[in-house]
Design a protein around this ligand. Sequence first.
Ligand SMILES: *[C@@H]1O[C@H](CO)[C@@H](O)[C@H](O)[C@H]1NC(C)=O
Ligand SMILES: *[C@@H]1O[C@H](CO)[C@@H](O)[C@H](O)[C@H]1NC(C)=O
Ligand SMILES: *[C@@H]1O[C@H](CO)[C@@H](O)[C@H](O)[C@H]1NC(C)=O
Ligand SMILES: *[C@@H]1O[C@H](CO)[C@@H](O)[C@H](O)[C@H]1NC(C)=O
Length: 533
Amino acid sequence: MAPGAARLALPALLALIGVLLPGLGGAQISVHPPEATIPQGGTVQVNCSTSCDRTPILGLETQFTKKEVAHGSHWKVFELSDVQEDSSPICFVNCGVQMTASMSLTVYRLPERVELLPLPRWQPVGENLTLRCQVAGGAPRRNLTVVLLRGEEELSRQPAIGEPAEVTVTVLAGRDDHRANFSCRTELDLRPGGPGLFQNTSAPRQLQTFVLPETQPRLATPTIVEVGTQWTVNCTLDGLFPAAEANVILTLAEKKLNSTSLYSNDSVLAMANVKANSQKEDTQQLACVVTLGGRVQKKEEDVVLYSFPAPNLTLSEPEVSEGTVVTVECEAQAGATVWLEGLPSKSPEHRAEFQLNASAADHRRSFSCSAVLIVSGHQLRKKQTRELRVLYGPRLDETDCPGNWTWEEGSQQTLRCQARGNPVPELKCHRKGDNALLPIGDLRPVKREVAGTYLCKARSPRGVTSREVVLNVTYHQTNTTIIIIIVVAVAAFLGTVSAAAYLYNRQRKIQKYKLQKAQEAAAMKLNTPATPP
Ligand SMILES: *[C@@H]1O[C@H](CO)[C@@H](O)[C@H](O)[C@H]1NC(C)=O
Ligand SMILES: *[C@@H]1O[C@H](CO)[C@@H](O)[C@H](O)[C@H]1NC(C)=O
Ligand SMILES: *[C@@H]1O[C@H](CO)[C@@H](O)[C@H](O)[C@H]1NC(C)=O
Ligand SMILES: *[C@@H]1O[C@H](CO)[C@@H](O)[C@H](O)[C@H]1NC(C)=O
């Protein structure tokens, strides 16, 4: 027989006797406390007492270490130590007959481990999240509850069942759950009568939730790019949560581009300046990859790299004498079509030319040639221009220098006379007779002295040409003559008047003198002795 079975058999037997022989001699047996809750491995004192009228034999039946710590004639106190599990120690007394009374001893134990199992690193918003809490140990289990928590908020409260006990709860993850702390707590409730409520809490685990929309990012890029040029690529995705945690990678031909990301409330924008590393025509794939919460949204776009130099426009000679035949030629790359200005129709070829007999009118004439290339349905155009310089002799015709100017004296006029030619001729105009220079430019006012016939000579290394220019100045001749006549008449009149006045004056002075002489003579006669008349 196993020792455990023996331990159980004896109290059972004693109890049976007690039941069979109740109230013998009216004696009673009691045990105090009738129930006790102690920590595992703890000690407890049990008092067995009886009302037996004889000297009783008292004892305590238990499998644990016991020690009698005090006694009286009708009672004994035993101390049980190293109590490892729940049991029901039995007090017994022999008072003629055997009597027993049992107590209930409960052992409690705090959980050894309370753990919230790891959460996913990132949890999509709107999807179910299952929280699992494991509890190892802990007794008595009937008093042990597991509480799952978000922060301080209770999500679920369940009994701990199994070893280890696992408790789960499923919640719908929201944006509010981003960076929320989840944990679980055990509650060993030994109230009332017991030592109280014991709580143990797991280490918290922080959750990260995210939203990555099902839509593709928007990738903004030219789809055709000229080899060797730089261009800009933008990639955006809206509706992200938390946008700042999104990571955007731009790649070209599977090579990561150096990009900058800008974040707003719920979107991200990545930008990169790209210079195709390829120097030849090629089609490369551009990709934008947005990663959030371990999930990916991707957009790809093909970029065609083309090469299209401007057409080559040549003049057989850039500077020619007039009357020389010049060949204008334009050539573009194969596959392009050129349009040479001056040719009546577009050439379907990549090359075109024509000839012209250079005239003075062609000096500084600009020739242009356009080339058109179609790349992936896009029409591209490049243009080249060249200027022709024609050397021609001096020109001085009616339009360059009008030959007859007739102006009113005193009016304000502009005399225009300029010789043409390449190189620019030197122009000199002299008046016939006195060699005076022709006043070219603004004349304000026109004076009559400039009138005359001039000979203009335009001279350049390419020759000399001359032209006569007549400049007439009109004025009101008759009026002037009258004025002169009047002036002369007035002058003559004034002359006559003054001459008359002079003569008169002179006559008066003479008379005055004669009178004076006469008076002097008379006076002399008075001074001499009077001679009677
Ligand atoms: C449980 O809590 C008690 C205090 O209440 C502490 O002494 C014990 O170490 C805790 N146990 C665990 C597993 O955390
Ligand atoms: C979660 O816990 C961490 C550290 O334990 C703390 O910094 C953070 O503020 C907590 N989050 C919330 C929402 O309380
Ligand atoms: C070019 O034009 C000039 C003047 O019109 C003419 O004299 C000359 O013969 C022309 N030259 C040719 C090659 O046609
Ligand atoms: C110059 O012009 C005037 C008036 O406009 C005219 O009377 C005169 O005959 C012209 N002279 C010449 C040489 O053309």
